[in-house]
Ligand binder design. Structure first.
Ligand SMILES: [Zn+2]
Length: 98
């Protein structure tokens, strides 16, 4: 028997950041030249500068820390209720805000 799905709070994403110029001395520090991970509440805007050296960083990957065994995916309405912007893929590289 499948276990009952538990409604989870919006997941806390883990963002991974890397320096824009990891190979240029002076444009990165030892933290961002290797990349670093940061927990950030989902309603915070993305980090743009390394907290250590203040040089530009870019977001590399975002993982989600919720368990992989979530039985029930978020529906669009659940996601909207939770404050997510829901994007639906319409065409290659084209997303429509719905
Ligand atoms: Zn840095």
């Amino acid at each position: 028997m499948p276990r009952t799905a538990i409604d989870l709070a919006p997941p806390m994403p883990i963002y991974e950041y890397l320096s824009e110029s990891p190979d240029e001395p002076g444009s990165s520090c030892r933290i961002c030249s290797k990349g670093f991970e940061l927990f950030r509440p989902i309603d915070r805007e993305a980090l743009e500068k390394c907290p250590m050296c203040k040089n530009s960083v870019r977001k590399v990957i975002s993982k989600v820390s919720s368990p992989r065994t979530v039985a029930k995916p978020f529906s669009t309405s659940d996601a909207k209720k939770a404050g997510f912007t829901v994007l639906e893929k319409r065409d290659t590289g084209v997303y429509e805000k719905i």
